[in-house]
Write a protein that binds this ligand. Structure first.
Ligand SMILES: Nc1nc2c(c(=O)[nH]1)N[C@H]1C(S)=C(S)[C@@H](COP(=O)(O)OP(=O)(O)OC[C@H]3O[C@@H](n4cnc5c(=O)[nH]c(N)nc54)[C@H](O)[C@@H]3O)O[C@H]1N2
Ligand SMILES: Nc1nc2c(c(=O)[nH]1)N[C@H]1C(S)=C(S)[C@@H](COP(=O)(O)OP(=O)(O)OC[C@H]3O[C@@H](n4cnc5c(=O)[nH]c(N)nc54)[C@H](O)[C@@H]3O)O[C@H]1N2
Ligand SMILES: [Mo]
Length: 771
């Protein structure tokens, strides 16, 4: 069976609607609905026993790390009711399912036909069970032995004229141990082409912070939330994307903290919370979370932050010495004069207008901060995926520097990471831009010369594939096609390759949009028992706050053919490098302890790794900024105030800004269901949230079917068949769900400096649907 070009698989979700029910925005999260939703998910996958066994082990000491988000577990007291949340349970149900995608399934279903399904339908097919191979021109995947699969990969890699024609992607689920070996293999093979999901996620945060505070990570710990004055949550939706953060916010509030929420959407998780792990929370009224909600316009955050600074400067003039921390500024910062000097060019009314927030609300926000010294700023994709995200995060730092509110308890920066081990992957050198110091250490430990030339990030990988400069794409997890921007362009890029390889737990669209040949390599998930030499092993991960901890799966793998990710890397390395290699891959394949020993030698901060990772709650990696030491290349032991600009956002009459977000019922491209419960949107993902005034002005009605267009780079991009929902978003702002609208995001629409896709800032036009 061969494939002709006109029969190309659909890189997008099919244009079909289900049944939208809109019941209005909620104002609390958690409580009974969250509990019942999570139990329902375990039952739906037909896994009550597997599910509950696993649930009791999730996030417990000695158990496994939840495969969902990167929010930390409490250092001591963990809830006996379970340290998990509704969305952690859904993530687990998705992995623990006993449904299987077997060779028989692939024999029955052509790639072309599978691509007619929605991502939701594809994901529900179950766990992958055996390695599969798609020969050139074939219509169906067929089984292949592990040995033959590695031979194919080795053959392709070794045939490349340059190692830089291979690209090795990582999604942030991979353990520290696998990730370290994976980057080691890529480097010994000869390339730094290691794009990862960070390049779409918190690269912006790292880019903003590394040169300014000396570390590209946050500075707070969980305990800081319990004793602080003010927590600002900007561009993040904790109720859905880090639900266990809600317990920390609740505890902080009980201890007297105030919360300011800055978001174009009045997200339920910012407004109120009923703790499903406490009886009062399950049954009671719950607590109000945000003391102040600022409905900022999309990308209005810079104006908002500058307005707050302007007002803080005013109050410092009125109450000298009481608002700013003069001693801290003098001792630990640089550039205050230029920073203060710029404000002669700003006025409050203009900034308020640009932010879309009233002057009164801005004054209230500034008043909440003026006389407080312990402030935590949390942020997520609402900032990092904006074109000026790097600048905005540095502006947040400016505020904390003014207040001396960093490097001490109860205060600091909290980028809320995404994937459960995305931060750990970076720590163990999954990075397309390794530093010379990092490479020197690897060279000293292993004795080979690692490549120095920086590699491709995600956006540059896609461009390189499209330009024919790369020929082999290997993905350690993830769903590259669907997660990345400009879907049609990216699909073209992937189709130009000689070989695409995906190490995966579940079927996804990236398996269906492939190179001339393709491989799917199935692997264990976090909750599966990883048995090596007859014993269940543990791996380790790092959470959002720099704690490294062990994780040990408890479930029987769904198929005897699954091998762990570490074996996949080691066997690929042995097949590809053979006697060229100076690394003992065979040893690492059989001993995670041996891998941890070399991580310890190669990366500072992992002293006594094997011993400390076995301690109850793991260990903290060093973080000098947390102690108020800002060790940067350029400014030595001071953190700089950064001068930034407010963007001038101008729209034509028929244009809107669009932010793409997650629903409450998905993990990135894995769609758990169709219920965005907290937003009251059920049964449909193809929606566009619009302000009522905009709907009227454009002559539409709520419920109308529309097509969405983007015209960046002088070309037309179309996402067809969406339904209008009248929603409390700022005027001329719209919100849709990813990945359905990634097709509208130009590959060139990126964040300055971090080169991340600007997925929260897409200019669109909306027209009546034509079928
Ligand atoms: N259940 C679940 N958990 C997850 C994930 C998941 O998909 N499902 N994904 C994981 C990953 S990888 C990540 S990175 C995180 C993502 O977690 P979040 O950062 O919360 O991600 P998003 O849902 O994309 O959007 C965040 C918020 O940004 C707001 N926003 C949009 N534009 C702007 C703006 O211009 N300014 C401001 N201030 N806000 C804006 C949106 O309204 C939304 O509330 O969650 C992680 N956890
Ligand atoms: N428009 C728009 N685009 C976005 C975003 C956005 O907000 N808007 N967010 C971006 C962000 S923050 C991120 S992090 C990326 C996410 O990008 P990715 O990390 O590439 O995507 P995921 O959807 O998390 O990957 C899901 C797949 O991972 C595989 N998988 C799950 N668990 C495991 C495992 O344990 N091992 C292995 N090997 N595979 C596993 C499964 O096969 C599953 O289908 O998307 C980005 N794309
Ligand atoms: Mo992410």
């Amino acid at each position: 069976m061969t494939n002709n070009k006109s029969q190309q698989a659909n890189p997008q979700n099919p244009e079909k609607l289900s049944e939208l029910k809109y019941t209005g925005v909620k104002n609390t999260t958690g409580g009974i609905p969250a509990l019942t939703a999570s139990i329902a998910d375990v039952l739906k996958e037909g896994i009550p026993l597997r599910g509950t066994t696993a649930l009791f082990a999730m996030n417990q000491k000695g158990g496994f790390d939840c495969p969902s988000c990167a929010w930390p577990d409490p250092d001591d007291d963990r809830s006996p009711l379970g340290e998990y949340c509704e969305n952690g349970v859904k993530a687990l149900a998705e992995e623990a399912t006993t449904k299987k995608v077997t060779p028989a399934f692939f024999a029955e279903n052509a790639v072309y036909d599978l691509a007619k399904l929605t991502d939701f339908e594809i994901g529900k097919k179950g766990r992958l069970t055996e390695p599969m191979y798609l020969p050139a021109g074939a219509t169906h995947y067929q089984p292949i032995s592990w040995d033959d699969a590695f031979k194919k990969i080795a053959g392709h890699l070794n045939a490349l004229p340059s190692p830089n024609e291979a690209i090795f992607y990582t999604s942030g689920r991979t353990s520290n141990e696998t990730a370290f070996l994976y980057q080691l293999f890529a480097k010994e093979f000869g390339t730094n082409n290691m794009p990862d999901c960070s390049n779409m996620c918190h690269e912006t945060s790292g880019t903003a912070l590394l040169p300014t505070i000396g570390i590209g990570k946050g500075t707070v710990t969980l305990d800081d939330f319990y004793d602080t004055d003010v927590i600002v949550i900007i561009g993040h939706n904790p109720g859905t994307n880090a639900p266990r953060m809600m317990s920390a916010l609740e505890k902080g509030k009980k201890n007297g903290a105030k919360i300011i929420a800055i978001n174009p959407l009045p997200e339920a998780g910012l407004m109120g919370f009923k703790n499903p792990q406490e009886f009062n929370g399950i049954l009671g009224k719950g607590i109000q979370l945000a003391d102040l909600y600022l409905p900022v316009k999309i990308n209005g955050d810079m104006a908002l932050l500058k307005a707050i600074e302007l007002l803080l400067i005013e109050s410092e003039k009125q109450f000298p010495g009481e608002v700013f921390d003069a001693e801290f500024i003098e001792k630990s910062t640089t550039g205050i004069e230029a920073f203060l000097g710029q404000f002669k060019n700003y006025d409050l009314d203009t900034l308020a207008n640009q932010a879309g927030v009233s002057v009164d609300d801005l004054r209230e926000a500034a008043a909440m901060l003026s006389f407080k010294k312990s402030i935590i700023f949390c942020w997520g994709m609402g900032l990092t995926q904006q074109p000026n995200g790097v600048d905005m995060i540095r502006e947040i730092l400016n505020i904390l520097l003014l207040k001396g509110s960093i490097g001490k308890p109860g205060a600091g920066l909290c980028p809320v990471r995404g994937h459960s081990n995305v931060q750990g992957n970076r720590t163990v050198l999954i990075n397309e831009k390794p530093t010379n110091a990092q490479l020197d250490r690897l060279k000293a430990v292993f004795g080979f010369e690692p490549p120095r030339k920086h590699g491709y990030d995600v956006v540059n990988s896609i461009k390189a594939m499209h330009a024919g400069k790369a020929k082999v794409f290997f993905a350690m997890g993830g769903n590259f096609l669907s997660a990345t921007p400009d879907t049609v362009y990216t699909a073209e890029a992937l189709r130009k390759l000689d070989l695409t390889v995906h190490v995966s737990t579940k079927l996804n669209r990236s398996h269906l949009i492939h190179g001339r040949e393709a491989l799917i390599l199935p692997t264990l998930s976090r909750s599966d028992k990883d048995i090596v030499n007859g014993e269940v092993q543990f791996i380790s991960t790092e959470n959002s706050m720099g704690v490294v901890q062990s994780s040990k799966g408890v479930l029987q793998p769904v198929s005897e053919h699954l091998i762990n990710e570490t074996s996949i890397v080691c066997r690929m390395a042995m097949a590809t490098l053979g006697s060229r290699s100076v690394i003992d891959w065979n040893r690492y394949m059989y001993s995670y302890d041996a891998v941890r020993d070399v991580i310890e030698k190669s990366i500072p901060g992992f002293e006594n790794y094997n011993q400390r990772v076995r301690e109850k709650a793991g260990f903290y990696l060093p973080n000098a900024a947390r102690q108020g030491k800002f060790i940067t290349e350029k400014y030595k032991d001071r953190a700089p105030f950064t001068l930034t600009n407010v963007p001038q956002n101008i729209l034509a009459n028929d244009e809107y800004y669009m932010a793409t977000t997650r629903t409450h019922d998905q993990f990135n491209t894995t769609i758990y269901g169709l219920e965005d419960r907290y937003r009251g949107i059920k049964g449909e993902r193809r929606v566009v949230l619009m302000n009522k005034k905009d709907i009227d002005a454009a002559g539409f009605k709520a419920g109308d079917k529309v097509d969405l267009f983007n015209y960046d780079d002088g070309m037309e991009r179309i996402a067809r068949l969406f339904v209008i929902v009248a929603y409390p978003v700022p005027e001329r702002n719209t919100v849709t769900y990813f990945p359905e609208t990634n097709v509208l995001l130009s590959i060139n629409n990126v964040v300055g400096e971090s080169n991340m896709p600007a997925a929260k800032f897409i200019k669109i036009k909306i027209k009546a649907h034509v079928s």
